[in-house]
Ligand binder design. Structure first.
Ligand code: WT7
Length: 573
């Protein structure tokens, strides 16, 4: 199928300049940026924190933190001591060893950053759990990863089914009046007394760094393992794509519960020794514009949903703020609509730069970076060192303007190294030994720009968060009134997609608004708020294949008023 480009080309840079600059790029060129190049010893936490604490940047602010209750800042020197303390706490109070999994389940706070980098300093694999997760979601992830240590808050501990997690040895609780037991430890108390010197555990570039669980279309969430080697690409994209300069104030709005919040909300900026802002709490246009103004943010990495919400709040809100410190604005997570780019130009006076990547890729892959021409609506071009293409279902490359599977040539530095406990799934992500197949459909134009078309699988992207329909369906099925459930993403102007569930009820149970509300609440409190369906439609019967699989494709066609295609395989039982 040949597709005509929708959006006209416009831009202000000379394409050939950029191509010349990067033509001879090789990932090995990046090694020199790191101290392990000379010492032979590597640890991400050292490169991100200690190296700067031992340099002229020691007294530079590494972290500005602000939420409704706290307003704090920490220098690189402070961060070195505080992450050392966290590492000592974990080492002395648990049996955790290099390679063991330590999970962090808490809202953003300075302690989250001390704990995460402290864990990495001692060689542990740091896992993160988004604060909205409820019991089942937490249980699945901690069980699958065999996490040995958990760091959480007093309030969130209630959602952790401790007695059902045999590998969980110690839980460090952050909060006031923590009641200690054999397994639960008062983090703040130990932290206050811990030594601020620590012998870093030196690891190999291929040793585990972070574990992020993400959703697929079928089955339980997948644990995506990244290794210390990811720093090569995270650093280099920090330079080219985030365009970080020494005196920047950088703000990535993502939570470390997701990969953007670690790769670009911790590693990339700190590998560059840049001052970074973290804003906790809920989104509000006033808070966000206020943060941009008050911290004089110069580089800002956010998501289309957030931009659309700011747009929706009206341009008059912006009139009270001075955003003149902004120099570079970027977006990730879902398609960046040309209208949003236009709003950026006219209202923020900033060209919003789209970037495409995913949990599995570990770093930015296809981007609009400052030195290249931008085509609004396009994700941009592969960063130097990355080869992307479009392949058909046999893994054969197709010509420009042909829609197909967006695929990346294996071997980029930050590529996932494992899907935890699931080699078969890992192997199935690659085609013909050569291509990593993303699950996105796209086409390439004849300038080599990529244009996102949609997901090939049924993964839902809602407000920039990836939700697996299977996980939601499984939770809905636990509700006593439900017989069957099928979950899809329904297009939504603000959130990109919202979650819609089609549900058939057990014999004798009648649909009602109360039941609808009860099922929504059931998913919200049992799985996660962001995974709860916003819409429910009750149906007598759901379309299924003969083998009994609910056909989400048909549900989607119903929703969008599209032809349902071939229904001959639908069972009539
Ligand atoms: C999926 C990955 C690590 C980035 C945050 C999300 C979608 C991501 C774009 C973009 C259109 C995008 C894709 C991708 N996506 N960036 N610029 N344009 N779609 O990471 O949760 O692993 O989700 O997000 O569908 O496969 P994730």
């Amino acid at each position: 199928m040949r597709i005509e480009p929708l959006v006209a080309t416009e831009g202000n840079h000379n394409l050939s300049d950029y191509e010349k600059t990067y033509a001879n790029f090789n990932w090995e060129n990046v090694n020199e940026a790191f101290s392990w190049h000379e010492t032979g010893k590597v640890n991400m936490a050292y490169e991100a924190i200690d190296r700067h604490a031992e340099s002229s940047k020691a007294n530079r602010t590494a972290l500005y933190f602000e939420d409704a209750d706290r307003k704090e800042s920490y220098t690189f020197q402070d961060m070195k001591s505080l992450t050392n303390k966290a590492a000592n706490v974990f080492k002395e109070q648990s049996s955790i060893q290099k390679g063991d999994r330590l999970f962090i389940f808490m809202p953003r706070s300075p302690e989250l950053y001390f704990a995460l980098l402290g864990a990495i300093k001692m060689g542990a694999v740091a896992g993160t759990l988004f604060e909205a997760f409820m019991e089942v979601a937490i249980y699945d992830r901690l069980l699958d990863s065999e996490a040995k240590v958990l760091v959480t808050t007093k309030a969130l501990l209630e959602r952790v089914p401790v007695e059902k997690l045999p590998h969980l040895e110690k839980i460090f609780i952050i909060g006031e009046d923590v009641v200690e037991s054999e397994t639960t430890i008062d983090f703040n108390k130990e932290f206050a007394n811990a030594r601020d010197q620590f012998d870093i555990e030196w690891v190999d570039l291929e040793d585990g760094l972070v574990l992020h669980y993400t959703s697929g279309s079928t089955g339980k969430p997948k644990g995506i393992l990244h290794v210390h080697n990811a720093m090569i690409q995270q650093y280099q994209t920090g330079k080219w794509v985030l365009d970080l300069k020494d005196d920047d104030i950088y703000w990535c709005t993502a939570d470390p519960g997701w990969v953007t919040g670690t790769a670009y909300g911790i590693f990339a900026p700190w590998l560059h020794g840049i001052s970074m802002l973290v804003v906790g709490g809920r989104f509000s246009p006033q808070n966000w514009y206020g943060a941009l103004q008050n911290y004089k943010v110069s580089v800002w990495y956010s998501a289309p949903t957030a931009f659309r919400m700011l747009m929706g709040a009206g341009n008059h809100v912006l009139e009270d703020y001075d955003l003149s410190s902004l120099r570079h604005v970027l977006s990730v997570g879902e398609p960046l609509n040309p209208e949003v780019v236009k709003w950026g130009n006219e209202v923020l006076h900033q060209r919003i730069h789209d970037t495409w990547w995913m949990t599995e890729t570990g770093a930015q892959m296809i981007c609009n970076y400052p030195s290249m021409m931008i085509k609004p609506g396009s994700m941009g071009k592969p960063v130097p060192g990355v080869t992307a293409t479009i392949v058909d279902d046999q893994g054969i490359e197709v010509p420009p303007f042909t829609m197909g599977n967006l695929a990346i040539k294996k071997g980029w530095p930050s590529m996932m190294r494992q899907i935890w406990n699931n080699k078969a799934k890992y192997d199935s992500c690659f085609m013909n030994e050569e291509w990593y197949v993303s699950g996105d459909s796209a086409y390439m134009d004849d300038d080599g720009y990529f244009w996102f078309q949609g997901r090939i699988d049924d993964v839902i992207m809602t407000a920039g968060e990836r939700v697996g329909p299977f996980e939601v369906e499984s939770k809905i099925l636990e509700h006593p009134a439900v017989l069957e459930a099928g979950v899809i993403g329904k297009p939504d102007p603000i959130r990109g997609e919202i979650i819609k569930a089609f549900i058939s009820l057990k014999e004798g149970i009648e649909p009602s608004e109360e039941l609808e509300a009860a099922i929504k609440l059931f998913v919200k409190t049992g799985l996660a708020a962001h995974a709860a369906p916003r819409e429910i439609e009750f149906k007598e019967k759901l379309p299924k294949t003969r083998s009994g699989k609910i056909m989400r494709r048909v549900l989607k066609a119903w929703e969008l008023d599209l032809p349902t295609g071939d229904l001959s395989t639908i069972g009539d039982d």
